[in-house]
Design a protein around this ligand. Structure first.
Ligand code: ADP
Ligand code: MG
Length: 249
């Protein structure tokens, strides 16, 4: 584990995880700056989701280091990583279907005490203001009273992004956020991500190359747990290795 400080918001070094001898992530080095929107692409099974699992502490690394604002994350528990300012959205939205949009955002507000505690909790003007602000940001400002179960698939994805945003994470990680979305919803999500990467770092896994082109400051192509190529969209798209293992298919 390296002890030197870094200027990067996130510095992943020599990261490896081995599942019964199979290295799903193999000696990965990866850096992310503040205000950067970085997209990871690559074929199925490349190790993309595993990288997010390692950063958020869901999976423990076999080797290597993950420093977030110079704090080593590999030894922390999942809740401590959340507390350090890392928010992660999984592929399938995990919202409370039987609560309203407003209530979903309310229970996610950092001072809330879990679902039951925070619903009893007196709504302060500050919390109310922040909920409305986030709801507007995620295009749900007019749907605050709607039961979450009634939202479209795309709106559920946005609500979950809102539930992370309300915690103001300094690193936001999203796994395939536009899967199953309509063309219009994809465009709106691109606008949303372009807005919310200001003041924080955003790490996105995505397959939709049109969407990637709209948002990515930098692209990393992962293949068999290793980096195949990295750079701006143009560079990566024209890389013969990337065309061979990924884009050509
Ligand atoms: P991607 O998101 O790029 O499609 P994943 O990170 O989900 O790929 O998976 C990478 C590889 O690691 C796959 O072969 C997968 O089966 C394997 N893998 C992921 N998580 C585990 C786990 N907890 N235990 C065993 N194998 C795993
Ligand atoms: Mg995946």
């Amino acid at each position: 584990m390296s002890l030197e400080n870094t200027d990067f918001a996130l510095a992943v070094e020599d990261l490896t995880v081995s599942f019964d001898g199979f290295k799903a992530v193999d000696g990965l080095n990866f850096y992310l700056e503040k205000d950067e929107l970085h997209v990871v692409i690559g074929p199925n099974g490349a190790g993309k989701t595993t990288v997010l699992d390692l950063i958020c502490g869901k999976t423990k690394s076999t080797e290597g280091s993950i420093k977030f604002k110079n704090k080593e994350l590999t030894k922390l528990a999942e809740h401590e990583i959340v507390h350090a300012g890392v928010g992660r959205k999984f592929q399938t939205p995990s919202i409370y279907e039987n609560l309203s949009v407003y209530e979903n955002l309310e229970v996610s507000y950092p001072q809330g005490r879990g679902v039951f505690g925070s619903l009893m909790f007196k709504r302060t003007d500050e919390v109310d203001k922040r909920i409305r602000e986030v709801a507007n940001e995620i295009f749900l400002g007019d749907s605050l009273d709607m039961e979450a179960a009634l939202l479209s698939h795309g709106q559920k994805q946005w609500l979950e992004i809102g539930m992370l945003l309300i915690q103001n994470p300094e690193l936001l990680m999203l796994d395939e956020p536009v899967a199953g979305m309509s063309v219009k919803e994809r465009e709106q999500t691109a606008d949303l991500l372009n807005r919310i990467c200001k003041g924080r770092s955003v790490l996105v896994i995505e397959h939709d190359m049109e969407f990637v082109a709209r948002i990515a400051h930098k692209v990393t192509v992962l293949h068999q747990g290793k980096i195949l190529a990295e750079g701006d969209m143009q560079t990566v798209q024209n890389d013969p290795k990337v065309i061979e293992v990924y884009l050509g298919h």
